[in-house]
Structures are given as C-alpha cells and as structure tokens.
Design a protein around this ligand. Structure first.
Ligand code: AKB
Length: 311
C-alpha cells in the first residue's frame, strides 16, 4: 500500500482508519473521501460512492493503488429500507471493484458476522459453513464476498475482506447497527444516564475493539497474497459477551450504571440469527491474525478514553 483512498472516511471505522493509516504511510499518501464534507481537512475529497466517475477521478488524479470501501447501511437501518441498503451497499462495492479493475488497485471491504444466518453453527462458527442470512445487510455481505472473489478470479483484482464483529470504539459513533448497544452503553454509563438496552440480556454476539480492527485491516492488506486461500471474507474474533456481561464489567468501574431492557423486535430478530462466537483459526493461519483486546482491557480503555472525550 503506497497511495490509499478511504471511501466512507467519515464513519465509525473510517475516521479512525484515516488517522491510523496516515501514521503508518504518511499524511499525503492517504486520501479520505466521504459524501459529507469535512471543512479544513487536508487530503480530503467530497464524493458520492455511488458516482462511479467521481471514484475513478479520485483514483486517477491521485495515483491510488489501494481502496478501502467502508460505505454501508448497517443491519437495523437496512431493514428499514432494504431497497436503499442494496443500492448503497452493492453500488459502492461494485464501483470500487470496477475502478480497481481499471486502475489496478487492491480493494478492502468489511464483511460482517451479519453474513451468517440461523442455520450456521452458533458457537465457533466455522469459516466455511452454510451462509443464509435473513437480513438485507447480510444478503449484501454474502453477495459482496462472492462478488469480490469473482473479481479476483475473473479479472485478477486483489480484493480482500474480513467478517467483522460488532465494533466498539470511542471516537465516531456507529449508527443503524444491531451491535451499537455495546458502544452506547459506555456513553450512558459515563454520563450517569439510565441505559435502555434493545437486545435480550443473554444474547451473545461477537465484538471487537477498534485497535484490533485497524490491525486486522493493515495486516490483511499487507499479507503475502500467496498465503491467502480464502481472501473474502475471513472470520476475525476477539471477544463475545451478552448485555448483562458487559454491564457487569462496566459496573466494576462505574457501579451506579443502571440498565433496563426494552427489546427492539428488529434487533432481537437480527441478533438471534447471528453467531455467538466465530472460529477465526483460518485468519490466524493464513495471515497471522492475533487480537490483543479482550472484554476487561477494552472496557477499562473505553472508560478512560471516552471519559476523557466526554469531560
Ligand atoms: C451491525 O450491527 O449491523 C454491524 C455489524 C455487526 O456488521 N455492527
């Protein structure tokens, strides 16, 4: 990776990925792109990921060799408007792959635990297993993995992806996801507000802390292509917990946290079909995936860093 374009750079992952990649590859070698403008930001271009000509122009004019395509409507938001979710999620990916084909770029796109459906084993969900998601988000993720593999086999486009768990981070908020509660609970705890949890107390889901997400993206994109058998998309696991478990962990730092449950039927149904914990042994074997953050360390760090931001 020498010249990088991040599409969707203003989102939860994009905002931290931009800073992280600039610290490794240099400020001017990482071009941030988003549909919303960021006044005064250097090395930024405002573009609509669904505008193929605009994506091509950004790649051509800046000599880009690697594209991170982070544009997506998340799972719960996708269910509110499935047609829009398909148009945005698949449109942005198709444009990224087509531009990559034309200008010989590598492409990273996050897949998700949402790519699995109710017929996949819940515990230690294998890398290769039935994938029949029941959400439009999951359908897009499976289609995206297949499309990325197709572009590699048919056109030689170096497309790679990981199946991300719910991402926990202290900078930009997620939005429209089923796992968002695991971020929002920290804001409530630190502000002394009652937390209203939308998923059942005992619903386990895979989660990951942002530093491990950034590490996974760089590590996979820098991996020797000859070692990559799966390419799209690798299971990456870091921790798994339920709402009552994360609440208990936060209470070790903030004993006054108050949590009540008001189950959101959409998030309940979505999360019921997702893994409890994926088996990530293939990612470990093929490119050395090795997460550093578990529940206890992540919780302590979130309270410290988000607490500083909110003060
Ligand atoms: C969501 O909840 O939709 C996302 C995801 C797990 O892909 N955070």
């Amino acid at each position: 990776m020498k010249k990088i374009l991040i599409i969707g750079a203003g989102g939860q992952i994009g905002s931290e990925l931009t800073t992280h990649l600039r610290s490794i590859y240099g400020q001017h070698n990482v071009l941030a792109a988003d549909i919303h403008s960021t006044p005064g930001e250097e090395d930024f271009v405002q573009l609509d990921a669904l505008d193929a000509a605009a994506v091509a122009q950004a790649v051509r004019e800046n000599g880009i060799d690697t594209i991170f395509n982070l544009v997506a409507l998340l799972s719960a938001k996708g269910e509110a408007n499935p047609q829009l979710a398909w148009r945005v999620n698949m449109g942005a990916l198709m444009n990224a792959l087509e531009v990559a084909r034309e200008y010989n770029c590598s492409v990273f796109t996050p897949s998700s635990i949402g790519a699995f459906g109710p017929d996949a084993p819940k515990d230690l969900t294998p890398q290769d297993t039935p994938m029949h998601p029941t959400t439009i988000y999951g359908v897009c993720k499976v289609a995206g993995e297949l499309l990325s593999n197709y572009y590699f086999q048919r056109f030689g486009v170096d497309a790679r992806s990981v199946r991300l768990p719910g991402v926990i981070s202290s900078q930009a908020l997620p939005g429209g996801g089923t796992t968002d509660y695991a971020v929002e609970i920290f804001y409530a705890a630190l502000r002394g507000e009652r937390f209203v949890c939308p998923v059942p107390h005992d619903r386990f889901m895979d989660m990951i802390y942002m530093p491990d997400v950034l590490q996974a993206m760089v590590q996979l994109m820098e991996a020797n292509p000859e070692r990559l058998v799966h390419r799209n998309g690798y299971n990456v696991a870091a921790m798994s917990f339920s709402p009552e478990i994360i609440a208990a962990e936060i209470k070790k730092h903030i004993p006054g946290l108050e949590m009540v449950y008001e189950i959101d039927p959409v998030k309940d149904a979505i999360s019921a079909g997702w893994p409890n914990l994926m088996d990530d042994s293939v990612a470990r074997a093929e490119w050395g995936w090795n997460p550093q953050w578990g529940l206890a360390e992540m919780t302590a760090d979130m309270i410290e860093t988000l607490g500083r931001r909110l003060r």
